[in-house]
Design a protein around this ligand. Structure first.
Ligand code: NAD
Length: 471
């Protein structure tokens, strides 16, 4: 890859704007055509995408299909199915005081949208927002992650072939290129990544008053008390945690349960890990690797000196960390966040290490969650409806999922996004289309019956009373 210069980045964005200004991205037929082009890009190059994901993350073809390719294709198909209905102008009510008048909401695209993606799901997290961006009639500039270089290079090669008119453009690179991109004016920015970089993105966007969708991370907690369905629940928990070697924004980050439940839960997790990735996950073709040595060092430092009850084996040369479970000691006031007693509780783990934090009760777990940033997801494994309600009503998170993990990401009918420190704005399905569309109110008040006179001076008492009643 030859790094793009500031002038070539400026030119790329100007070209995307020029195309948007030409109006060619707006007609419904053009949007549908672009969604089909994206579909073709993915389906016609699926083996190459799978190979790139294997190179970058040791992601197996099965996992790549499930978590990157099929999710994106489902998003495209869902959007194609509903786009005509979403894009239809809608009638809007007008209060009696303004009668006679008619109003409608006219959806219009925003313009040029920048999509910045992370490395952990480098296909899905770049293309899924793009589906909504194109469906809404915008043009797009994509910035894939430099830390998934094989995927980034492949996407940079394929996009110009499938979007020959330049409706979608790719800028490859790291911090310098992203900084140059962020100096440009966009009409919306979708950023997926860490909160720290999210702050940089939002600061840069503020200079142009550009709205942002920030898809960030955080520590997604788990409450576990489902003794009756222990093994089924543990299998789902292990799958959600250790898929992509734990490098998932919505991966269960830590588990809270009562001390008495921990031994049985650990046994069930061990059984689940063996069932899913074999007795030695290092030899499993379905178990991923850590993206780079920097991340490997960060994750291993988090549990350095802590005895693992499951796993714990690491190999830096291979960037392998076994599915690992650590049980933390009982403390009086368990805390999560920078002030926590154990490093595993101080920051998002973002790797295959699952700490179990003993707490007295579900109410206690609620307090732990509420003492720090609002998480991106909260997972509750319980057979008690009362406990489910407790977490739904007394905590705030991007989403709550009962009896499973990760699966809400694939629910095209649900908005996906964080709240508070885990992000702002949401996308997927209609929520994507809505995020990248301006619903423009258009109101017509015919001149024929000039009822507006009532609101104009000179004011009469009778006229004002009548208006007040109508309002
Ligand atoms: P990151 O924030 O380091 O990088 C994301 C993107 O920002 C990359 O494209 C990178 O090139 C760019 N970038 C990095 N530093 C920059 C800087 N100083 N200035 C401008 N741009 C910069 O994130 P990451 O390490 O790729 O991903 C890990 C984080 O992302 C985790 O916190 C995870 O939870 C979060 N995440 C969130 C979601 C979600 O959907 N909410 C999905 C995946 C990952």
């Amino acid at each position: 890859m030859t790094p793009q210069t500031l002038s070539s980045i400026t030119e790329t964005v100007a070209d995307a704007r020029h195309l948007f200004d030409s109006g060619k991205s707006r007609p419904l037929a053009a949007r549908v055509g672009r969604l089909h082009a994206l579909r073709a890009l993915i389906t016609e190059n699926q083996p190459a995408l799978e190979a790139a994901l294997w190179n970058d993350l040791h992601k197996s073809a099965g996992e790549a299909q499930l978590t990157e390719i099929n999710v994106t294709l489902a998003e495209i198909d869902h959007t194609l199915r509903h786009l005509r209905a979403w894009a239809r102008p809608r009638r809007a009510p007008v209060p009696t005081a303004l009668w006679p008048a008619r109003a409608r909401l006219l959806p219009e695209p925003l313009g040029v949208v920048l999509v910045i993606a992370p490395w952990n799901y480098p296909v899905q997290l770049l293309f899924n927002p793009l589906v909504g961006v194109l469906a809404a009639g915008n043009t797009a500039v994509l910035k894939p992650s430099e830390l998934a270089p094989a995927t980034s290079a492949l996407i940079a090669r394929l996009v110009p072939r499938y979007f020959a008119d330049g409706a979608v453009r790719v800028v490859e690179g790291g911090v310098p290129q992203t900084t140059d991109l962020l100096a440009q004016r966009f009409d919306h920015i979708v950023f997926t990544g860490s909160g720290n970089v999210g702050r940089i993105v939002m600061g840069a966007a503020a200079r142009h008053l550009t709205p942002v969708t920030l898809e960030l991370g955080g520590k997604s907690p788990v409450w576990f008390d489902d003794d009756a369905r222990l093994h089924r629940a543990a299998r789902r928990l292990a799958w959600a945690k250790f898929t992509n070697a734990g490098q998932t924004c919505v991966a269960p980050d830590y588990v809270m349960t009562t001390p008495g439940r921990i031994p049985a839960l650990v046994d069930a997790l061990q059984q689940a890990i063996t069932d899913l990735w074999g007795a030695d996950p290092r030899t499993s073709g379905d178990y991923g690797r850590i993206v780079n040595e920097r991340q490997f060092d960060r994750i291993t430092a988090l549990f350095d000196g802590t005895e693992a009850v499951i796993g714990g084996e690491c190999d830096r040369a291979e960037r392998y960390i076994a599915p690992t479970v650590v049980t933390l000691p009982t403390v009086d006031h368990p805390t999560v966040g920078p002030a926590a007693s154990h490093p595993l509780l101080r920051e998002e783990v973002f790797g295959p290490v699952l700490p179990i934090l003993p707490v007295d009760s579900a109410e206690h777990a609620v307090q732990v969650i509420n003492r720090w940033d609002k998480p991106l997801a909260l997972y509750v494994f319980t057979s008690s409806a009362r406990t489910r309600r407790l977490f739904e009503q007394h905590t705030s998170s991007g989403a709550v999922v009962h009896d499973a993990g990760l699966v809400h990401v694939a629910a095209t009918g649900l908005p996906f996004g964080g709240v508070g420190a885990s992000g702002m704005g949401a996308y997927h399905g209609e929520y994507s289309w809505r995020s990248f569309t301006h619903l423009k109110p258009v109101l017509r008040k015919p001149l024929t019956m000039d009822t507006l006179r009532l609101a104009q001076p000179p004011f009469s008492r009778r006229g004002l009373r009548l208006l007040q009643r109508l309002m």
